[in-house]
Design a protein around this ligand. Structure first.
Ligand SMILES: Nc1ncnc2c1ncn2[C@@H]1O[C@H](COP(=O)(O)OP(=O)(O)OP(=O)(O)O)[C@@H](O)[C@H]1O
Length: 283
């Protein structure tokens, strides 16, 4: 076990120390028979999926099929929505993460998130990056952490001369990479990305995509995208969610139609619903 792993905070402080970490190449996150409701509306039905470690997994599917809901389950962001309710299991490193004994704040340190719209704080570039580490009580060299995180996010060269200017003065693409640097500074194991490029121009999008490729040696990435070319370009695995068959109650929760290696899903999809979606016959 590495020093870094030994120092990871336990999700449930009262739980015994977890067993030795699973070998690389296995799954890091899992949903098992997951169903989600917002009030009386079911958003997801019986989703089972294992997210492979150190790979990029794309979640695709038509609007409203529950991609963001599934993504947010993985770091308990849905807990912030009062009408949210779930059944089934969620695991991180083979430990359950949906129980009341799990501290969502600790979980979110290990499973970070980048949002659709770049959302830097109205603070300096430096403070944006150092903020999470500071509130987590980081005792190392903060200047070094800020530089390392900005370099890792492929932003250092563009901002090294303006670390003490507002993060809001950066371009949209730079702001999104600043948000990625902010996430990296907390040293998570997984990065959840909810349509991270939808507000970016093609050049900024390409930068973020290159960055994802660069990061996957050290992190597991799960990305929600509407852009099928982006899923094809960036991901190793793709999960296609679909709205359930319309017969019945009238409401259509999201279901998992297919989870396959990306090249297989886009060339020889196993499920006819996946084929209909990727060929544009289901919007
Ligand atoms: N906070 C919420 N309160 C109530 N219902 C919600 C909430 N968030 C999502 N939903 C509902 O849950 C379902 C799934 O929404 P979700 O945003 O997860 O889908 P999505 O596939 O990510 O959609 P899109 O591609 O349009 O972003 C939809 O019917 C949506 O209206």
């Amino acid at each position: 076990m590495s020093i870094e792993q030994q120092q990871r905070p336990a999700l449930d402080a009262s739980a015994p120390a977890p067993a030795a970490p699973a070998p690389a190449g296995d799954s890091v996150l899992a949903a098992r028979g997951l169903s989600v409701w917002y009030g009386s509306t079911r958003a997801l039905r019986d989703i089972s999926i294992e997210i492979p470690r150190h790979r990029i997994t794309a979640l695709i599917g038509p609007s409203g099929c529950g991609k963001s809901t599934l993504l947010r389950c993985f770091n308990r962001m849905n807990d912030l929505i009062p009408s949210f309710r779930m059944e089934g299991g969620l695991e991180f490193d083979a430990e359950g993460i949906s129980g009341a004994e799990v501290d969502p704040v600790t979980l979110r340190r290990r499973v970070g998130m980048v949002f659709q719209k770049p959302n830097p704080f109205p603070k300096t570039v430096y403070h944006n990056v150092s903020w999470g580490a500071r509130i987590n009580g980081y005792t190392g060299d903060m200047d070094e952490l800020v530089e390392r995180s900005l370099r890792r996010a492929a932003l250092w060269d563009e901002v090294k001369g303006k670390l003490h200017r507002s993060g809001l003065d950066l371009s949209g693409g730079q702001q999104q990479r600043l948000c990625i640097a902010r996430t990296l500074a907390v040293e998570p194991e997984v990065i959840l990305m909810d349509e991270p490029c939808s507000a970016l121009d093609p050049i900024s999008t390409a930068r973020v995509e290159d960055l994802m490729e660069d990061l996957k040696d050290d992190y597991t990435i799960v990305i929600v995208t509407h852009n099928m070319q982006q899923a094809r370009r960036t991901s190793d695995m793709t999960a296609c969610l679909m709205l359930d068959d319309p017969r019945g109650s009238g409401h259509r929760p999201g279901v998992l139609a297919e989870f396959s290696p990306t090249d297989v899903l886009f060339t020889t999809p196993k499920d006819p619903r996946t084929e209909a979606y990727i060929t544009g016959r289901i919007g």
